[in-house]
Design a protein around this ligand. Structure first.
Ligand SMILES: [Zn+2]
Ligand SMILES: [Zn+2]
Length: 393
């Protein structure tokens, strides 16, 4: 099937790139993907795919097949952009001030539509069902959870789930699909350190939350160094410190917040316990008080071994792919983990950087852009993976 999809994708390439550029020009933040999801829903329904809109607010689900029995395969593509002002000098630059497709989800959505187009061409031979899931709010908005809560995994329940990410950490030609934990789980946290403010020149009559907060930041680094098994990976990053607004005033309160990344639930629980104990007790030693709270959680992306192997086998047959890796792991998170927690499947990376053309800025950078040849690789590979389950040889 790979060869057939290569031929089909060649015909679709111009359209695929134009579609990606259109999405790039009109980026929308999480749960505001109104234009994007309308285009997706219209194109799917023009293809004769049964469409459900409003799944997880702006999410779209398309169902193809089910005339002949066979497995149900979920293919997920995320649609949201980021609150970043684009700094690229390109013809398809964002026309929405302060909003940018800086993660490549414009490419994912365009790939999803191309895959739908290619699979519709095979409609008469389908044995099973394809569930196209176009997801909102991947960037911290829990879009996967919202779609699942709205029934994305019911009627029919998928047997397998696949997703992809264009990956600027690796060059075009590289594809990675790792068995087991591939991307970290994430849990946001906040710590409010309360003291008692006062005159900066009379510190002995205040209880200074700044000094306490500074020591909490340093002490929290020992969670990774001393509380997590050395062969496992956890990240505790403090990314915000807010406190005080005048040189001669000791403030009453400091707010810290950041991110906790993990691969094992036991490490997550242990880290949360230790972060809380450290913050509370260091604050108490400094005559202050700390209240630690943890926010929304994305679970780790854990790939099924057989599904990851299938992706790697098929990737090796896609023209343009020169390296197929089985060992890529990252502490970056993805809410595709909400799908792999329920359904066996695989999330894979498609190398998309091209250093010679200056297309190698990291994800979430105001100059992020990628080699558009990777769109075809992603579409052919995703279609081939789906076909392996629902198209007889
Ligand atoms: Zn991102
Ligand atoms: Zn992303």
């Amino acid at each position: 099937m790979v060869t057939e999809f290569v031929a089909a994708a060649k015909k679709l390439e111009g359209e695929l790139i134009a579609q990606r550029r259109d999405f790039h020009r009109h980026p929308e933040l999480g749960y505001q993907e109104v234009r994007t999801s309308a285009i997706v829903a219209n194109q799917l329904s023009d293809l004769g795919i049964e469409v459900q809109t409003g799944v997880g607010k702006t999410g779209v689900v398309g169902l193809l097949g089910d005339e002949r029995p066979g497995p149900t395969v979920l293919l997920r593509f995320d649609m949201d952009a980021l609150p970043i002002q684009e700094e690229n000098d390109i013809e398809y630059v964002s026309s929405n001030a302060g909003v940018m497709h800086a993660c490549g989800h414009d490419g994912h959505t365009a790939i999803g539509l191309a895959v739908a187009r290619m699979m519709v061409q095979q409609r008469d031979r389908l044995q099973g069902t394809l569930k196209f899931v176009f997801q909102p709010a991947e960037e911290g908005g829990c879009g996967a959870e919202a779609m699942i809560a709205d029934g994305a995994l019911r009627d029919p329940r998928p047997d397998y789930a696949f997703g992809l990410h264009l990956w600027n950490e690796r060059p075009f030609g590289w594809v990675g699909a790792t068995e087991g934990d591939m991307m970290a789980g994430v849990c946001g946290w906040e710590c409010v350190v309360s003291g008692d403010g006062g005159h900066a020149a009379v510190p002995h009559r205040a209880r200074d939350p700044i000094v306490a907060a500074a020591q909490i930041v340093v002490a929290m680094q020992t969670v990774v160094a001393r509380n997590v098994p050395p062969m496992e990976a956890v990240v505790v990053s403090v990314t915000q410190i807010h406190g005080g607004d005048k040189d001669n005033v000791i403030p009453g309160e400091v707010r810290l917040s950041g991110t906790l990344r993990y691969f094992r639930n036991t490490d997550c629980e242990r880290s949360k316990d230790r972060m809380t104990q450290i913050a509370e007790n260091v604050a108490s030693a400094m005559e202050c008080r700390a209240d630690v709270s943890f926010g929304s959680v994305y679970r780790p992306v854990a790939n099924n071994a057989d599904a990851a192997l299938l992706v790697r086998e098929l990737a090796g047959r896609v023209p343009g792919v020169t390296v197929v890796a089985d060992d890529e792991r990252t502490a970056v998170s993805e809410d595709f983990g909400e799908f792999t927690a329920e359904i066996p499947g695989c999330f894979f990376f498609v190398g998309s950087a091209n250093g010679e053309r200056g297309l190698d800025f990291p994800h979430h950078h105001p100059r992020f852009d990628f080699d558009e040849h990777s769109l075809t690789v992603g579409a052919v590979l995703m279609a081939s993976v789906a076909a392996d389950y629902v198209l007889p040889d």
